[in-house]
Structures are given as C-alpha cells and as structure tokens.
Design a protein around this ligand. Structure first.
Ligand SMILES: Cc1cc2nc3c(=O)[nH]c(=O)nc-3n(C[C@H](O)[C@H](O)[C@H](O)COP(=O)(O)OP(=O)(O)OC[C@H]3O[C@@H](n4cnc5c(N)ncnc54)[C@H](O)[C@@H]3O)c2cc1C
Length: 414
C-alpha cells in the first residue's frame, strides 16, 4: 500500500483516485477549485473509440490558419509573443504528418476501447449512478467535400475493427424524425457512446469520499520541496502533504506546476464552450456537425451544444461571438431548433489540455522518481479518463499494464 497524492480533480484525477483506491492505496486529492466546473463538466460527454486520428494531422495547420482570422470560426489562436506557444506551434507543425497519424491511430484506438470498456464496467457494477447510452455518434456532413473526407476516415476506423455505418440523407432523417435535417448524410459511429458529465463527476466524487478518498477542494498546490530526486513535500495554500507518489492531473495548468519542478511541458489550453438547452429539443442522437465543428448531445435533462478550440491561454473569458456562432451553426442543421437568449447567456467554457502531437502525457517523468503525469488528452480527455486512471494505478502498483504506454511518455521529444 502506498500513499498517493493526486493534484487535480477533473475526470483524469478522479479516475486515477478511483483505480488507485481499488488497488488498496491510500489516496488524497487536492483541487484548487470547488470542483463544480471546467472541462470535465462542460464537455460533450462522448466516449469516442472512433476518434483515432490525432489532432496533429496533415491539413490541420492550413485549416487552422484559414480559420483563425474569422472571429466566429470554430478555431482561434490568439496571436501573442509567448515563447511556449511558439514552441508548441512548431512541435504541432512537425507532428502534423501522415507518418505520425499512421503510427498513432492504433494506440489511440486501443486506449479509447479500453476506456469505454471501463465506463461500461462501472455502469454494470453499479458502483455509482451515472448516465451512459451506447447508441453511437453521428458525424453529419452538409457538403460532398467533407462527406468524402469523413467517409475516408470511417474506412480507417472500420479497419481498427470498430462498428461504423454510412448513412444516406433519408436514413439520417429517419433517425431524427422531429427535424427536416439539413445535411447530405452522416457517418454513424455505432462504436461510440455518450454520457452526462455533470452527473458522473458529482456521483463519482461522492462515491470516492464515501470509500475514504480524502478530497480537498479550494486548495491550490503552490510549490514543492525536492530531495534525492523525489518530491519530498507538496505545499498548498493551507498546508503541506507528504506522499510516496505524486500524480499531476492538472489539465491545462500542468505547465505551471512542471515549471515549479524545474521542468518544461509543452501544452496549451484549448478553450471550448457549452450551451445547455433545457427546453425539450427532441434530438435523439448525439451528433458532430462536421462543417461547423459543433457537438450536439442529448444529455440527461437537457441538450448540450458545444464547440470551438480557442488557443488563447489559461482564462475563462466567454466570447459571445463564438457562443452565438455555435448556436447559429446548429440551427442550420436542425431547422426550427430553438436556443433561447437565456441559454446563450448561461453558456459555460472549459479548457482542454492540448499536447502538440495529439497524444496524452501518461507516465512517470525521468527526472523525479515519484512523479507521474496524467494530462494532455485534449479533445479526448473525457473518453480517456478511466483508462488513464487504470494505467497509472497499474504502474504504481507494479502490475502488468493493460497496454503499452511508452508512446505517451511525458519525456518524449517532438
Ligand atoms: C466544450 C468541450 C467539449 C468536449 N467534449 C469532449 C468529449 O465529448 N469527449 C471527450 O473525450 N473529451 C471532450 N472534451 C475534452 C475533455 O473535457 C478534457 O480533455 C478533460 O475534461 C480534461 O480533464 P482533466 O482532468 O485532464 O483536466 P481538468 O478537467 O481541467 O481538471 C484539472 C483540474 O486540476 C486542477 N488544478 C490545476 N492546477 C492546480 C493546482 N495548482 N492545485 C490544485 N488543483 C489544480 C483544476 O482546478 C482542475 O479541476 C471536451 C472539452 C470541452 C471544453
């Protein structure tokens, strides 16, 4: 049995606490917030084995450059003279090639499939209540151009053994009978699933506290004492902790803490927005509206519309232009859809921790013996939280790992 201190209580930190506790370790978790908001609460709730193509892929740089000058576009990079951002952009550019995509697809598929099976296991074991529907996700397209490229990706996903179907316009309309869906067709990723993140997070936290995981909210980790290549003490705004193992699950804030350890981590915050519509929309299926890059999820009690990847540093400023753009784009696919002023005014945002090569950072860091990193999951953090937690608990317990995590090493070079 080891004492483990997890810094960060998003989906990655909570999942790590869950699996470490199950392995019999004594777990403490510290979070600087009250743990009611942020990326792990406002995400689209998709579990996406289908997302096998890393963000750093051919064409992404050109696409990004084209979009970044439009204030309502789904991608925005705030121009600023920031050394870390420039290095990250260079590393992203170097990673965005066909060889990297080919090399990454299988490992991304493997960790996704593992993670989805862990969600299903938790649901079946009824450890705590949460919403999980395994009815797939539609990737809806309006144009031939996007349709062709989506169908090509669908073939790759199929080759990984995952269940995919191509839907005609009529088949798509049959799935959403309440709308005269304005689209050409869709790729139906039957292998995907969806959840309601707020319910999962709240109930997982209660469960962990019931079984003895100590959760400290509103307590920020501010510094570390290092001795003999190990973290000897973790200082917070209130006190100090000592632990055999320290796990950094600090999402977009991870570079700040790594800097305090004398290390550099290449990671940028990618802001995304969520609009919750509580009035019944009658939308039946989760859908990604491909041209607009908007995610639509019928959650428990409301429908969520989410989108935007805004690389503008760590802040929670809400851009009304982008929020409105998400709503307007959704209405173009679902004619007659109503999103009220109230819904728009209550939009929320969260920061995705984005690594430059589209792979997460999972594993020990070479420079310090008792430090493990668990971050950088970008658009897949919700999907990959449980697998990340399980892999870390296996590693810390000295067990055989469920999969090879070497491609995720935080010490990798770009
Ligand atoms: C709009 C949107 C839609 C998305 N949709 C999906 C989706 O459908 N599927 C999917 O798989 N992913 C999705 N994502 C991505 C996913 O939400 C993130 O990758 C994931 O939530 C990241 O989890 P995390 O635990 O790493 O980070 P976070 O949830 O950000 O948690 C990190 C925690 O660390 C704490 N922390 C930081 N620094 C300190 C410190 N010094 N001391 C103490 N605590 C600290 C923070 O307070 C925070 O609570 C989406 C994201 C957004 C924004």
């Amino acid at each position: 049995m080891k004492t483990c201190l997890i810094i960060g209580g998003g989906i990655v930190g909570l999942s790590t606490a869950y699996f470490l506790h199950r392995q019999g370790h004594q777990v403490t978790l510290v979070d600087q917030s009250d743990m009611t908001g942020g990326a792990s609460f406002v995400n689209a709730g998709y579990l996406t084995p289908s997302h096998i193509v890393p963000l750093a892929a051919p064409g992404m740089v050109a696409k990004g450059l084209r979009m970044m000058f439009n204030p309502a576009s789904p991608f925005y990079l705030k121009p600023r003279a920031d050394k870390d951002l420039l290095l990250w952009m260079w590393q992203f550019y170097k990673s965005a090639n066909a060889r990297h995509v080919r090399k990454s697809m299988k490992i991304i598929a493997d960790i996704n499939v593992l993670s989805k099976s862990l969600y299903t296991e938790m649901k079946q074991e009824k450890v705590f209540e949460f919403h999980l529907e395994e009815k797939g996700v539609l990737n809806v397209f309006k144009t031939e151009k996007i349709g062709t490229s989506e169908i090509r990706v669908a073939e790759w996903v199929k080759a990984e053994g995952l269940e995919v179907e191509i839907l005609s316009q009529a088949q798509l309309k049959a799935l959403e009978p309440h709308y005269d869906f304005d689209a050409l067709g869709a790729v139906f990723y039957k292998c995907d699933a969806h959840t309601t993140p707020t319910i999962f997070m709240k109930n997982m936290m209660s469960y962990l506290e019931t079984v003895g995981v100590a959760i400290h909210r509103n307590e920020q980790v501010t510094d570390f004492d290092i001795s003999n290549n190990k973290i000897a003490k973790v200082h917070t705004t209130f006190k100090s902790f000592q632990a055999d193992e320290v796990i950094l699950a600090t999402g977009s804030w991870s570079p700040v803490l790594m800097k305090k350890l004398g290390l550099h981590l290449s990671l940028q915050a990618g802001k995304g927005y969520a609009i919750n519509v509580y009035k019944a929309t009658n939308i039946q299926y989760p859908a990604i509206l491909m041209e607009a890059k908007v995610a639509v999820t019928p959650m428990q009690g409301f429908t969520r519309f989410g989108g935007t990847m805004e690389l503008g540093g760590v802040n929670h400023h809400i851009s009304n232009i982008r929020v409105n753009a998400i709503a307007e784009a959704a209405k173009k696919y679902y004619p007659g859809l109503e999103i009220s002023k109230f819904d728009l005014e209550h939009a929320k945002c969260g920061l995705r921790p984005v690594s430059p090569d589209g792979l997460p950072y999972i594993g020990r860091i070479a420079a310090l013996q008792n430090v493990t990193l668990a971050t950088g999951h970008a658009m897949m953090g919700w999907s990959l939280g449980p697998a990340t937690g399980k892999l870390i608990s296996e590693m810390i317990s000295g067990e055989k790992l469920s999969m090879d995590i070497r491609p995720f090493t935080p010490d990798r070079r770009f």
